[in-house]
Design a binder for this molecule. Structure first.
Ligand code: SRM
Ligand code: SF4
Length: 556
């Protein structure tokens, strides 16, 4: 046993000693220092909080002999991305009162606040908990925010799938009362001594984060193959409604470990609604027991599946489940692509408008669109439902027919572009936050996205390709938070000013992009893509996407 402990990563030791995620967080939060210790920073992640510093001022401050400007990022889990108007208004208030004035919508339908001071963390947690939201379990070695295609939810908000998302979001959270005790209820919460963590977490939780998404069978806006577990709802002829379960996806890589890679999930089984809870738990226990705990860079479930092979992994799940798994059913090929943007009528005759939010950053631009003001005005006046999408956008859903014109007028008044006005790259471009907040960023991402979008759209325009779409995803490092590994054009930070260029993924999310050029600057990218756009225009078939064309004609 002691040998095993010697091999564990230090985070495992911190988790085990934490008394169900408490550690000395309460004391650390009260201490006068602006930052926290490394151990506390690891535990804070389970509470949805990241210790960061402002990287724009880091160098200058350190040269002056000053400490870095310590700040915190708080991620609020929003299951299925669904929010009520009063929940949105609470997030809006928090963003002005204790964060940097923006609300950052994430690629997993959650919300992030940046630039929060340590002294404001408790107030923030308390405010959002009043609206039944929490950051607990939004980060850390647990099941992260449950992602669900907003189409599935909006079409049937009271349906079985919507209920299942809510159920999973509750039952897959850690059982520990630590969060409520430290951040919300003070000493009213149950003592750690009597607490038992959920059986699939135990005292050291999972080896790493674990991601679950429920995708639409007709389109793949959630990137279901990029998840540790992807669930695709289908009807089985014999067994009725259930899910094709794909396992072992994940897109992060690390330059520091060459044996890390992006991987697509592969079919594991078919499970009915009644079976899905037990199946997920058995997968989690398998991962908890067999997953790597030595090198955190190679601890995700995708490596376990890759190392064992899916057949052996299935067998291990069966051993824990107590019976054989069914064969997976054939995965339906998505019939289309749906970014959920623009206006549409829902089955219950209400309306929905999907608003493009550049890089998910809901804020008011001084001489541009006022996203926060517009959405606040809608939340204050209308009984609607909001959905955050996995493409960092926001849907205003369940709009009564009589309110449609007024909501359209609000969006126009605050300068929000109509979907038809969006450029062919702008419409679907994603970027991770990167600098100045992300401690792992090697290069800019969100802040340089508009430049790259503009450069690529110039190339599209000069070739009269503006009626086609081109999917661009950019990240500041190979962790891949905006999922560039499955994009038509993936731009991945390598050094301060250079990026690796990946090409040939696609909007079905079922193919990895290929490394096309290493270490290029943003300014070089249009020149590298331009000849391929020419070929796509002249050699591609009219309904062939750029990614499909590249894969068929250039890569092969
Ligand atoms: Fe991510 C770490 C932001 C989705 C793979 N991610 C981070 C951290 C917390 C940086 C850190 O560890 O210090 C970033 C916070 C930066 C900041 O300043 O805000 C960060 N990740 C994001 C978000 C906000 C990107 C966005 O533009 O929306 C997304 C938040 C999701 C959420 O709401 O839960 C986000 N991250 C993803 C995705 C995409 C997805 O899940 O669909 C991936 C690739 C899929 C995957 O997990 O393989 C992703 N993030 C990572 C990794 C690589 C993990 C690995 O397997 O090695 C890290 C690094 C880590 O965990 O140590 C990371
Ligand atoms: Fe940070 Fe890298 Fe994720 Fe971008 S991809 S947010 S730089 S960890």
């Amino acid at each position: 046993m002691s040998d095993l402990k010697d091999l564990e990563s230090p985070v495992e030791v911190t988790k085990r000693a934490s008394r169900h995620l408490r550690g000395d967080l309460a004391e650390q939060l009260r201490a006068p220092e602006a930052n926290v210790t490394e151990d506390a920073a690891q535990l804070l992640k389970f509470h949805g909080i990241y210790a960061q510093d402002n990287r724009d001022s880091r160098r200058e401050r350190v040269q002056r002999g000053d400490a870095p400007e310590y700040i915190f990022m708080v991620r609020v889990a929003i299951p299925g991305g669904r929010l009520s108007p009063s929940q949105w208004l609470a997030l809006d208030t928090v963003s002005s009162e204790v964060a940097d004035g923006s609300i950052r919508l994430t690629t997993r339908q959650a919300v992030q606040f940046h630039g929060v001071a340590k002294t404001h963390l408790v107030a923030l947690a308390g405010r959002i908990s009043e609206e039944l939201m929490t950051s607990f379990g939004a980060c850390g070695d647990v099941v992260r925010n449950i992602v669900m295609c907003p189409g599935l939810h909006a079409e049937n908000p009271a349906g079985r799938l919507a209920q299942m998302t809510a159920h999973l979001a509750t039952t897959l959270k850690p059982a520990s009362n630590a969060h409520w005790e430290i951040f919300v209820n003070g000493d009213r919460a149950v003592s750690a001594e009597t607490e038992v963590e959920r059986d699939f977490y135990g005292s050291t939780y999972l080896p790493r984060k674990f991601k679950v998404a429920i995708g639409h069978p007709n389109e793949n806006c959630v990137d279901v193959y990029a998840q540790d577990l992807g669930l695709i709802p289908v009807e089985d002829e014999d067994l009725g409604a259930g899910f094709i379960v794909v396992a072992g996806g994940g897109l992060g890589r690390s330059y520091a470990n060459s044996d890390t890679f992006a991987r697509l999930g592969e079919p594991l089984t078919f499970a009915t609604y009644d079976e899905i809870d037990e199946l997920i738990r058995s997968v989690l226990v398998t991962y908890r027991e067999l997953g790597g705990r030595v090198d955190r860079r190679r601890a995700r479930m995708k490596y376990l599946i890759s190392d064992l092979g899916i057949t052996t992994f299935r067998h291990e799940v069966e051993l824990r489940l107590g019976h054989a798994l069914r064969e997976a059913r054939p995965i339906p090929t998505p019939v289309g692509v749906d970014d959920h943007l623009g206006w549409r009528e829902l089955p219950d005759a209400t309306h929905q408008v999907g608003i493009r939010i550049p890089a998910g950053r809901v804020k008011d631009y001084p001489s541009g669109p006022k996203y926060r003001e517009a959405i606040r005005a809608i939340a204050q006046r209308f009984d609607v439902t909001f959905y955050i999408t996995a493409a960092q956008d926001l849907l205003v859903s369940r709009i009564a027919s009589e309110d449609r014109a007024e909501i359209a007028a609000i969006l126009e008044a605050f300068g929000i572009k109509r979907t038809e006005e969006l450029g062919p790259v702008e419409r679907g471009a994603l970027a991770c936050p990167a600098l100045p907040t992300c401690g792992q960023a090697l290069a800019e991402s969100e802040r340089r996205l508009p430049d790259l979008v503009g450069l690529l759209e110039n190339e599209m325009r000069s070739r009269s390709l503006t009626d086609r779409s081109l999917q661009l995803r950019m990240t500041g490092c190979p962790n891949g938070c905006a999922r560039p590994a499955v994009a038509e054009i993936g731009v991945v930070g390598k050094t301060k000013s250079t990026y690796d260029l990946f090409l040939g993924g696609g909007e079905r999310g079922d193919r990895l992009a290929r490394l096309y050029r290493e270490k290029v600057t943003i300014e070089q990218i249009p020149g590298l893509v331009a000849p391929l756009l020419d070929r796509w225009k002249h050699e591609g078939s009219p309904d062939e996407s750029f990614g499909d064309f590249f894969h068929r004609a250039v890569e092969s």
